[in-house]
Design a protein around this ligand. Structure first.
Ligand code: GLP
Length: 242
């Protein structure tokens, strides 16, 4: 694992975006794994700027998002489909038919998740996966558990995740209780992984995930076992990693 401590949120975003820009340049048909949450927004802004000035293109790339709330249609403002269109897809030259987000509108979780896992395999797997980090160590929506979930699956969100994500909804009551997410096995199959974390509030979990024991109680800790992970944090989030 490589830990990069950036000077600021902007610097973290630029450094992480550079890893995506480099891959898009070297391998225009690459398969990108993407993430939502507030942390990657600056990174997406950097990629949009690069694309607007003609320095990179998403035209031949494919994308797979980590997760989606169950029960939200793609045009719901709090859906991750909508987030991706707002922050990236509608602002770059990507072909929307080459973007994939789990189908939260499909109430049949097993069917939706199996289809998603198959689509990733058919695309040849993920070349570079972006991850954020939940305060409890979740990646995607893989919550602390007794084992690491292997494939894309349906999850019941923990109260702490519902509370954390309620800031983006009118009230906590509106946060869906379930989601579809890539499994830890799906994520670990990505050839490269970049995780971003920002702010003092993430300092303890960054430390525990990357310098503590590998345990499904801290899902991100499994990344210590991956052979090509870059963790890009700002000074605050990296403050407990001496
Ligand atoms: C959500 C997403 C995760 C994300 C996490 C952290 O729960 N499912 O993929 O990493 O939030 O979000 P933030 O970056 O806003 O702290």
């Amino acid at each position: 694992m490589k830990l990069v401590v950036a000077d600021s949120y902007e610097d973290m975003s630029r450094k992480a975006a550079d890893l995506f820009a480099a891959l898009l340049e070297e391998q225009p048909t690459c398969v990108l794994g993407l993430a939502t949450g507030t942390t990657p927004i600056g990174l997406y802004d950097c990629l949009v700027d690069d694309c607007k000035r003609g320095a990179l293109s998403f035209a031949d790339a494919q994308t797979f998002n980590l997760d989606e709330y169950r029960g939200l249609a793609p045009d719901h403002p709090q859906s991750y489909h909508y987030f991706m269109r707002t922050h990236l897809f509608d602002r770059v030259d990507i072909d929307l038919s080459r973007t994939h987000v789990p189908d939260g509108a499909n109430p049949d979780g097993q069917a939706a998740c199996d289809a998603y896992e198959r689509a990733i395999e058919q695309a040849g797997g993920i070349d570079l996966q972006l991850l954020g980090l939940g305060h409890n160590g979740h990646v995607g929506f893989n919550e602390p558990a007794d084992s690491f979930p292997v494939c894309t699956h349906s999850v019941t969100l923990t109260q702490s995740t519902i509370d954390a994500n309620s800031r983006l909804f009118d009230s906590a009551d509106e946060v869906p209780r379930e989601a579809y997410t890539m499994g830890i096995g799906t994520i670990m199959k990505a050839r490269k992984i970049v995780l971003v974390a920002s702010g003092q509030g993430k300092a303890q979990i960054v430390h525990d995930a990357f310098f503590g024991p590998v345990t499904p109680q801290v899902p991100a800790s499994v990344l210590q076992l991956h052979r090509d992970v870059t963790v890009v944090v700002d000074r605050e989030a990296g403050s407990l990693c001496a």
